[in-house]
Design a protein around this ligand. Sequence first.
Ligand code: BGC
Length: 280
Amino acid sequence: MAREMLGIDIGGSGIKGAPVDLSDGAFTRARFRLDTPRPARPKPVAKVLAEIVDHFGWDGPVGVTYPGVVIDGVAMSAANVSKHWLGVDAAHLFAEATGREVTVLNDADAAGVAEMRLGTGRDRRGTVVLLTLGTGIGSALFTDGVLVPNTEFGHIQIDGMDAELRASAKARTEEGLGWRRWAKRLSVYMAHLEALISPSLIIVGGGVSRKSEHFLPLIEGVRAEVVPARLVNNAGIVGAAMAADAAHPAEKAAPAARRVRASGRTGGPQREPGAAEAAR
Ligand code: BGC
């Protein structure tokens, strides 16, 4: 039987989770979403995580994304979230709130891990970078498929300004930029990044990558291949589940069914379209 892990993605407006079949990234139950509490301080967020874990009746380890630098479970930056997160041991806080073992990693790193395993980055060697274009710009750097965690390429300074303030998807909508003007900003950003790390492949993720035909053909002056991500919205959940799996090798032998309590269901887990399906 395939192994499963519960992945949860903390986003600006919603906190979403699903048990993930690790062999193909499919969700084995329907994704469950709750609003991100406002303000999104540590304790209220931890409470929502506990509700999601309870919803699935999950009693195994859990993987959770955080939109900032995470070192050994501790949140070390908070660019687009409440500053109350700084220095908080998120892994410990979430473990206390949920009663489960929790692995926490950066949101873009999680998306990148999923994309490299199951999406556009599959089998790509050399230097690959995934950029998530959303409220901010997240980055995940891979060398021969291995993640270099916590890169913060959204904060590269260009003309004395954080790159994400000019080139994120939020900047496009807030400033009412047309695709062409936004693509110009993205081109400057990507060319700058390319000068620093020389990737052979740039994978563009985040919700806006679903509309990649409007802006990727307009990218100029970048030598690397630039392609849209395939998993888009589900990538964070899938990558979080993969991180929990990597952190708990001993759990690997346990069949999935033992980790999902019945919670009113009969029979085996019902498959929901997840990452793999979304990718097709
Ligand atoms: C944060 C990154 C995060 C990205 C996307 C940036 O502002 O610094 O850590 O990955 O936003 O959420």
